[in-house]
Design a protein around this ligand. Structure first.
Ligand code: 4AD
Ligand code: MG
Length: 464
């Protein structure tokens, strides 16, 4: 008999029909005469209740129906008498496809997230992680749909690269060299001429530089791919491997860029509210009771826009009034998450787009303002998260860009192709990067970024 997914089964009304479902046992309870099995197949957070009359089944087989076991069930679709579900299955045939012993790591309810991270290969079977990863999928669909509907082209940029987009030197090297027998030149430097690519290469920290080539040809592009940062940040918001969405648009200035970021992120949140109702209600109940309220609030309100300089004034005033920050506040400082969250959660109580940062704390490619001190950067700051988006208008002047590259002593030999955009038909353009997992953190209300990617990569941790 053809299998019905539980999500479809729960919407059926053709009582009396013969159906087949397959899935994993969440719980089994019952009496001497009847067993109730809650079965889940991952298609929805909801379980289907299977009712098994004990006398109709082999007692030894029934004993194998433990939490985590995999079953194939055939039976009759009936209207449910119990509360909480409209249909259930009166079983006629049960086959145990896979037994599950008492050492099943997801046996108990209410295990800590820390514990579940150590069993990340099995945590996917829990309600919480099922909800998170269905929402993650939905966000990916929303992202592609938004850009496709707005005339952007999905543009694939390389994972292996010879340039450091953010210039922060936080790259994972890629090599096929024998690390036990490294050829060195007379100065003791490693000779890469015999390496796979004939030079040093790394995993990309951002697809932006190549994205700019796409935007200045196709008009508007977006990337959506994995990016890698070898930063030793053990925080609930940093991963060594994360996914980033980077739109880049020719002829957009920073205001257009802010409008795009705000519209795009609201679209994604609205998509979740419209398409992930059951999972969001579950997370709102189990993880964060203010989640739905916060999502609705973001969709319904304009983001505050202000300059970094004004933001610093607000933070300095807060310090004067006795607010204690762990890290110091002064003009020029790279804001810490606590500063960003103060502006968003305590001061404005709204998402904030902060612009015009000091050039020293931003990347080389950002357009310089007339003051010569600040650049046309924009960071979108969100409640609970802090920075969710980072972007800017790009420096389109060859001379100014070159001057900045020299000022920062960025090695030019692998950058010539990037500078060609400024040499041949340069144009104003802007773009930004949205950290996919930070978006998922916001939308799910989860507290730790390790819990919104199936298999997290963080310092000293690359299991599974
Ligand atoms: O601010 P970032 O470093 O900007 C860029 O990479 C630009 N090239 C983007 C662009 O303009 N096209 O990173 C962008 C976003 C951050 O706002 C944050 O959401 C996320 O990427 N991000 C991280 N997410 C998880 N773990 C990390 N280690 C992250 N680093 C950045
Ligand atoms: Mg940033």
């Amino acid at each position: 008999m053809k299998r019905t997914k539980i999500i479809d089964l729960l919407n059926r009304k053709d009582f009396g029909a013969e159906v087949c479902v397959k899935g994993w046992v969440r719980t089994r309870r019952g009496s001497k005469s009847v067993n109730f099995i809650a079965l889940n197949d991952g298609s929805t957070i909801k379980n289907v209740q299977v009712v098994a009359d004990v006398e109709k089944f082999d007692a030894e087989m029934l004993k194998l129906i433990t939490t985590g076991a995999c079953l194939s069930v055939e039976g009759t679709l009936v209207e449910s008498q119990g509360a909480g579900q409209s249909v259930e299955i009166q079983a006629t045939k049960i086959e145990v496809l896979g037994t599950c012993g008492a050492d099943y790591p997801m046996q108990k309810k209410g295990q800590s997230f820390e514990y579940m991270r150590q069993h990340a290969h099995m945590r996917l079977r829990t309600n919480t992680f099922g909800a998170v990863f269905r929402i993650r999928h939905n966000m990916a669909i929303a992202i592609h749909k938004y850009f496709h509907d707005h005339g952007f082209f999905y543009f694939n940029t390389p994972i292996i690269t010879a340039s450091d987009c953010e210039g922060a030197g936080q790259m994972f090297q890629v090599t096929t060299k024998n690390l036990y027998d490294l050829k060195k030149d007379k100065d003791g430097k490693i000779d890469y001429s015999d390496d796979f690519f004939g030079k040093t290469t790394s995993l990309t920290v951002s697809g932006q530089l190549e994205g700019e080539l796409g935007a200045t040809a196709l008009g508007a592009i977006y990337t959506f791919g994995p990016t890698f940062r070898a930063e030793n940040s053990n925080t609930p918001r940093h991963l060594a491997e994360f996914w980033m969405i980077e739109p880049e648009v020719a002829f957009n200035d920073i205001t257009d860029n802010m409008d795009l970021a705000e519209d795009f992120i609201k679209y994604c949140v609205r998509w979740a509210l419209d398409n992930c109702k059951d999972d969001l209600e579950f997370l709102n109940k189990m993880i964060d009771k203010t989640l739905l309220e916060r999502l609705n609030f973001v969709v319904d309100h304009d983001f505050v826009r202000l300059t970094y300089t004004d933001g610093i004034k607000i933070l300095e005033d807060a310090v004067k009034q006795g607010h204690k920050f762990e890290f110091p506040v002064y003009w020029g400082v790279d804001l810490a998450s606590e500063h960003e969250r103060y502006l968003v959660e305590q001061h404005f109580k709204k998402p904030v787009i902060l612009t015009d940062y000091p050039k020293e704390i931003k990347a080389f490619y950002m357009k310089m303002n007339d003051d010569g001190k600040t650049v046309r950067a924009m960071d979108v700051l969100f409640p609970q998260i802090g920075e969710i988006i980072g972007g800017s208008e790009r420096e389109e002047s060859y001379d100014k860009l070159m001057a900045r590259i020299n000022e920062l002593s960025i090695p030019m030999k692998d950058m010539w192709w990037y500078l060609d955009t400024r040499k041949f038909g340069t144009c104003p353009h802007s773009g930004f990067g949205l950290g996919f997992e930070r978006l998922i953190l916001f939308v799910t209300g989860m507290q730790n970024i390790r819990d919104v990617i199936p298999f997290p990569r963080t310092p000293k941790s690359a299991d599974f």
